[in-house]
Design a protein around this ligand. Structure first.
Ligand code: HEM
Ligand SMILES: *[C@@H]1O[C@H](CO)[C@@H](O)[C@H](O)[C@H]1NC(C)=O
Length: 500
């Protein structure tokens, strides 16, 4: 017995010594300041709160620029023991441009995207030839005809909300504005991406053979991806949440298969140019060069449903919260919308040019609350980062405050009216792996914000327990964000009051 214990301890000691040696060896190769910790910053361990020497926490959103100031450069390092690796954090637009601009030298580390591959490989979670094939298949769906479709479908979704849900009510109080922005974004990707119109009313009931609505299945899935990965199905018999998440994945798969079947069966084989048609065509046995296997079809439908609505929904929620907090900015938006769309009619695609300030509000929201707060890349060759890292000029230069944005923490959409540092604005990433749905998201957001502000005045819901708070406290409460799959507004309680 004693012998076994000694053997075991020896093995543990050897492993620990090996890990420490690897860490020390690695540390010697790193010539630039930063965090040193037991756990890496990337992947799942970024979810741990910051604990000195153990974990760093997520520096990207909460800390804003603090760590870069502390380490006195726009690049800092994070060296970990488990695993022994170096991560380089970049805030320097020029360096970022170089990284996102070369897919060959800095490919996407697909191992960090495993959670997005549950239904199959897809455009977000792949690299190299595979990614090229997916991009080739789906890219053509994101052009001007689709932009118009996004615009028109957004108008329909907003009118449906105003007419059939909000009706004649003078005040509508929402405990969390996400209650409307999630369905708005979901209905738009569903209609403009997959030709499936969902109505605000219908979605309240479940349909044939389903235990969840499409909406609830998708929400539960996007909130529960980590649980699905970490907790096996049998754990559902002990933990209701685990059971719910696994159930939602099954439901979502059923819905996606039904969507595929009903489109394949549809009597009229009308020519369509939406995303779904492109994906289905590539899955056809007769498809020519760029083909999609069945699992790749499901994987891509899933990723477009997720990428196509969660980000935009969170952005819209933050934008509405900001407009409620800054009535002067809301008034400016209102005046612009009145001028651009004076009559009592729906916004048309031609009105876009008159809605520049709405676009400024959207960009300012994305600058302050970028849904995707970290974009990982891998160095395929050890070249560029070391040069930026050497204690040469760039690294040793002291960084003055507000280097890229004046008053970086202030909501000031008008900053986008003048000249602004284009390279320092990366909510949609950059280079060839940047967001395919950028125009899609911009257009739906602009129409949704314009129509909401045109018809309703937005204010923060008054609640007795917060009666004494200062503006800063209120702002922090209403815009509080947490790290979900993407940056998530925690609770944005708003009141929409009809303007007429
Ligand atoms: C405000 C809304 C949005 C933001 C901030 C956003 C942001 C991003 C970012 C940062 C990336 C790069 C992610 C990475 O490197 O892992 C990305 C990729 C992507 N996004 Fe978006 N996105 C938004 C809306 C949309 C919408 C509406 C769609 C589709 C309808 C979409 C589809 C995609 C796709 C397909 C990719 C992968 C592109 C590739 O790797 O080739 N996104 N997005
Ligand atoms: C908003 O940002 C996008 C880039 O994401 C840019 O193309 C557009 O010109 C910006 N709009 C305004 C009004 O600044």
């Amino acid at each position: 017995m004693e012998k076994v214990a000694i053997l075991l301890l020896t093995v543990v000691a050897i492993v620990v010594i090996q890990k420490i040696l690897a860490f020390v060896r690695l540390l010697r190769t790193v010539n630039h300041a930063g965090f040193r910790s037991l756990l890496t910053v990337s992947g799942i361990s970024s979810l741990f709160p910051p604990i000195p020497l153990i974990s760093i926490g997520n520096t990207a959103y909460e800390d804003k620029y603090k760590s870069f100031q502390r380490f006195d450069a726009d690049i800092f390092t994070a060296v970990s023991v488990l695993p022994a690796e170096v991560n380089y954090m970049l805030a320097d637009p020029q360096a970022i441009k170089e990284v996102v601009g070369s897919r060959v030298r800095f490919p996407k580390p697909v191992q960090l995207y495993e959670s997005l591959m549950i239904f199959g490989s897809n455009i977000v979670a792949s690299e190299h030839e595979e990614w090229k094939r997916y991009r080739k298949i789906s890219g053509p769906a994101f052009t001007e005809p689709n932009n118009r479709l996004v615009w028109d479908e957004t108008v329909k979704v907003m009118n449906d909300l105003f007419k059939n849900i909000w009706g004649d009510k003078k005040d509508i109080t929402l405990n969390h504005a996400l209650e409307i922005t999630m369905p708005i974004a979901l209905f738009i990707i569903s209609a403009a991406g997959f030709g499936r119109r969902l109505a605000w009313n219908e979605e309240l009931k479940t349909s044939n053979g389903h235990s969840l609505t499409f909406k609830d299945a998708l929400y539960t899935v996007s909130e529960g991806i980590r649980i699905k990965l970490l907790a096996p199905k049998w754990a559902g018999s002990v933990f209701p949440r685990v059971k719910k998440v696994h159930g939602a994945f099954d439901e979502l798969e059923k819905y996606m298969l039904e969507m595929i079947e009903s489109r394949k069966d549809s009597e009229v084989k009308e020519q369509r140019f939406d995303l779904f048609s492109s994906l289905l065509e590539a899955n056809d046995d007769n498809a020519e060069d760029a083909k999609l296997a069945d699992s790749e079809l499901l994987g891509n439908i899933f990723i477009f449903l997720i990428a196509g609505h969660e980000t935009t929904a969170h952005t819209l929620c933050f934008a509405l919260g900001l407009l409620a907090l800054y009535p002067d900015e809301q008034e400016r938006v209102y005046q612009e919308v009145l001028k651009a769309i004076p009559e009592n009619r729906d916004p048309t695609f031609q009105d876009l040019n008159g809605l520049n300030y709405v676009n400024c509000v959207l960009n300012e929201t994305l600058r302050m609350f970028p849904p995707v707060i970290g974009i990982p890349k891998e160095a395929a060759e050890d070249c560029m980062l070391t040069t930026t890292n050497n204690a040469g000029e760039k690294v040793t230069v002291a960084i003055p405050k507000a280097k890229y944005w004046e008053d970086p923490l202030t909501f000031k959409p008008s900053r986008f009216e003048g000249d602004w540092p284009r390279d320092a604005f990366l909510p949609f990433s950059g280079g060839v792996r940047s967001c395919l749905g950028r125009r899609f998201a911009e257009l739906e957001s602009i129409v949704a914000i314009a129509m909401l502000v045109k018809n309703y005045k937005i204010t923060v819901k008054e609640e007795p327990e917060f009666a004494e708070e200062t503006f800063e406290q209120r702002k922090a409460r209403v815009l509080k964000a947490k790290n979900g799959l993407t940056l998530t507004p925690v609770r944005t309680p708003l009141v929409f009051t009809r303007r007429d």
